[in-house]
Write a protein that binds this ligand. Structure first.
Ligand code: NAD
Length: 314
């Protein structure tokens, strides 16, 4: 039987859907959602919720003890675009929250951790096409630096203290249930909303900016599948490359136009263009395929179909 799970940062783009999926899989009372703020009504009403600051070790420990938590999913973080505006706040949040959960596991108060890294861990000197698991990594953003440091610390805690920490480098994520939280790939969600609401969209990235992307259902499935894998199958304790599809604003525009022919996009790249230019355009995730049978289900056109259908309905 699944022991209790705590999700930190549960009200965000990923946390909301992850919480709902874990609750439907393991039972509502088994999954404790937490965040520094309240989230969507569906999330709040679906099971236990605690207001909890991921940078406060004592507060997390109290919740862990109270609910006899066994696994923690750490989804609280400041994302790439926002982090460029508040570098020290981003560093403090992204690193201290990670140390808190790693230290809880080191102290044997919890037994398993999920912590997400990102394609932002790569940098402008990384080969861009089919980027391999182990390549040169010189991230040039605050967010990317925090993810790279986080990966090193995860591997260190595994090797040194036997902490069972698991991680993937998420690509940009597309979802309709919760709006994205200040990342460089947010355009790929906004564009669907604006296509339906206004019939046009002003894109903050140039039209040929190809980035690795993934539909949220695939990301949630990957996360849970990695967490359920036998520990002995996992050869990577920093973070697994995770791939699905790669496209740029022009490709997503064409995909939307096959449903909404009059849809128009204007390109006005801003500071986020430079961040996007430092990231890979596609990802080699053969390690994830080999170690835990990773395989994506959604391509761009099936994503577009899901996004437009669901946004129209809700
Ligand atoms: P998000 O910004 O949508 O959600 C983050 C949540 O953390 C928010 O609900 C916020 O209120 C909460 N939070 C902020 N400070 C907190 C604190 N001190 N204590 C507790 N909660 C706090 O982010 P997301 O898109 O859901 O991302 C989750 C994780 O996945 C992050 O580590 C992010 O770096 C990573 N990631 C996301 C993407 C993506 O495309 N969404 C891509 C790569 C990696």
């Amino acid at each position: 039987m699944q022991k209790p799970i705590l999700i930190l940062g549960a009200c965000g783009q990923i946390g909301t859907e992850l919480t709902m999926e874990l609750r439907s899989k393991y039972g509502a009372e088994t999954v404790i959602a937490s965040d520094i703020r309240e989230g969507a009504g569906t999330l709040m009403q679906s099971g236990p919720f605690e207001i909890l600051d991921a940078t406060n070790y004592q507060a997390i420990e109290d919740v862990v003890m109270h609910y006899e938590i066994d696994e923690v999913y750490l989804m609280a973080a400041m994302l790439s675009a926002t982090a460029e505006k508040f570098p020290m706040r981003a560093w403090n949040l992204n690193m201290n929250s990670l140390f808190n959960v790693l230290n809880l596991a080191k102290e044997k108060k919890i037994s398993k951790i999920f912590w997400p890294s990102s394609i932002a861990v790569f940098g402008p000197n990384t080969p861009k096409d089919n980027t391999a698991q182990n390549v040169i990594m010189e991230p040039s953003t605050v967010y990317g630096i925090s993810k790279q440091a986080g990966e090193r610390w995860c591997e260190y805690y595994f090797n040194k203290f036997g902490v069972d920490v698991r991680s993937v480098r998420y690509p940009g994520l597309i979802s309709w249930k919760t709006k994205p939280g200040g990342g460089t790939t947010d355009y790929a969600v906004e564009i669907y909303h604006e296509a339906l609401e206004k019939g046009e969209y002003t894109c903050f990235l140039a039209k040929d900016t190809k980035l690795p992307m993934m539909y949220m259902d695939d990301a949630i499935r990957a996360t849970i599948s990695l967490m359920e894998s036998p520990a002995e199958n996992l050869n990577i304790r920093s973070s697994y490359n995770l791939g699905s599809m790669s496209f740029g604003p022009e490709d997503i525009t064409k995909s939307i136009q096959s449903h909404i022919p009059d849809f128009k996009v204007i390109y006005e790249p801003d500071f986020r263009q430079q961040i996007a230019d430092s990231w890979p355009s596609s990802i080699d995730d053969s390690a994830a395929q080999n170690d835990w049978n990773w395989k994506p289900r959604f391509d761009l056109d099936s994503t577009t179909k899901e996004m437009l259908e669901n946004l129209r309905k809700h």
